[in-house]
Design a protein around this ligand. Structure first.
Ligand SMILES: Nc1ncnc2c1ncn2[C@@H]1O[C@H](COP(=O)(O)OP(=O)(O)OP(=O)(O)O)[C@@H](O)[C@H]1O
Length: 285
């Protein structure tokens, strides 16, 4: 479908899947009479952490579900790695489903499976030929990669704290060595210290594994600490995408209220303090 995307040359269109792992044009989603998205456009750049914000019910989760093919839109086009998602059935093999990982809200772990078994679910689905020994080995590696102790692999979700559950969900999301990671409110329900540690982990993994991250959040600290750009959903569209300083220039009332409100000022202050401490520490080193 690249040729349908406006304002670009054939060469740019061919490169699109690589430079922009996600490209959305004219997306419209409606439930009965309620239109959630109308002619929404968005490009996600390779290697960035894109924060996705918007008021409650503006359709952040519906947008994520559309991109991963779980929500069939009324109209519009979505390309992931240059493959058209909107024309594919949810279970159709289109060669990209093993290139993304998803951390759903709350972790969405299978409660009757151990952490290791949870991590093995996508592996068994996409690589049924893998031996149990190798599955165990990969699961153990992913568990440790997300900062959990090795013993957590044999625990059931009910035996884990909230923060550990999120890490276990992340381990499962990373099972297939994805290039694209979807995180739906990853720090919701975590205390500020747990949230900050999870943010750090996300940034570290993004950089070391070369991920592109689509991150839905209400957490201003996350936006300030780790997002390269932020996309704002309002009025059924992505009304702005940019760095926080760029968004601060935007006159839209929701953006002004969100990024200039008291909580945003507190998050800015925390972020500035953190940077000053880092500078101090590197100056002394
Ligand atoms: N399967 C569905 N059937 C009917 N309406 C739905 C369905 N899924 C979502 N909606 C509606 O679509 C709108 C957007 O929902 P969505 O969950 O994407 O919002 P959100 O921005 O993620 O909200 P929040 O920040 O509260 O999680 C809501 O009005 C919701 O009620």
């Amino acid at each position: 479908m690249s040729e349908h995307i406006d304002n670009e040359t054939d060469h740019e269109a061919a490169a699109g899947g690589e430079d922009y792992p996600i490209r959305i044009r004219g997306l419209t989603n409606a439930f009965g009479d309620v239109t959630v998205h109308e002619e929404l456009d968005l490009d996600v750049r390779r290697g960035e952490i894109l924060g996705v914000v918007g008021g409650s019910g503006t359709g952040k989760s519906v947008l994520m579900r559309s991109i991963i093919g779980l929500q069939m839109p009324q109209s519009g086009e979505i390309e992931v790695f240059g493959h058209n998602i909107t024309e594919a059935e949810p279970d159709e093999e289109i060669g990209v489903r093993n290139r993304w990982g998803i951390l759903f809200q709350g972790g969405a772990l299978f409660s009757t499976l151990t952490v290791a078994e949870n991590v093995q679910v996508p592996l068994k689905q996409f690589y049924p030929e893998l031996s149990q020994k190798l599955l165990n080995e990969i699961a153990r590696y992913k568990v440790v990669l997300t900062g959990l102790p090795e013993e957590a692999a044999s625990k059931f979700p009910s035996e884990l704290s909230g923060g550990m559950k999120k890490r276990a969900g992340l381990a499962r999301a990373l099972a297939l060595d994805p290039e694209l990671l979807f995180l739906d409110e990853p720090t919701a329900g975590l205390d500020p210290i747990g949230g900050a540690k999870f943010d750090e982990l996300t940034r570290e993994l993004t950089d070391t594994l070369g991920l592109t991250v689509f991150l839905i959040t209400h957490d201003l600290d996350t936006l300030y600490a780790i997002c390269d750009r932020v996309a704002v959903l309002a009025d059924k569209k992505v009304i702005a995408v940019g760095t926080i300083p760029e968004l601060l220039e935007n006159e839209h009332p929701w953006i002004q209220e969100y990024f200039n409100g008291p909580r945003a000022r507190a998050a800015t202050a925390t972020h500035e303090r953190g940077k000053a401490l880092d500078n101090d520490a590197s100056g002394k080193a």
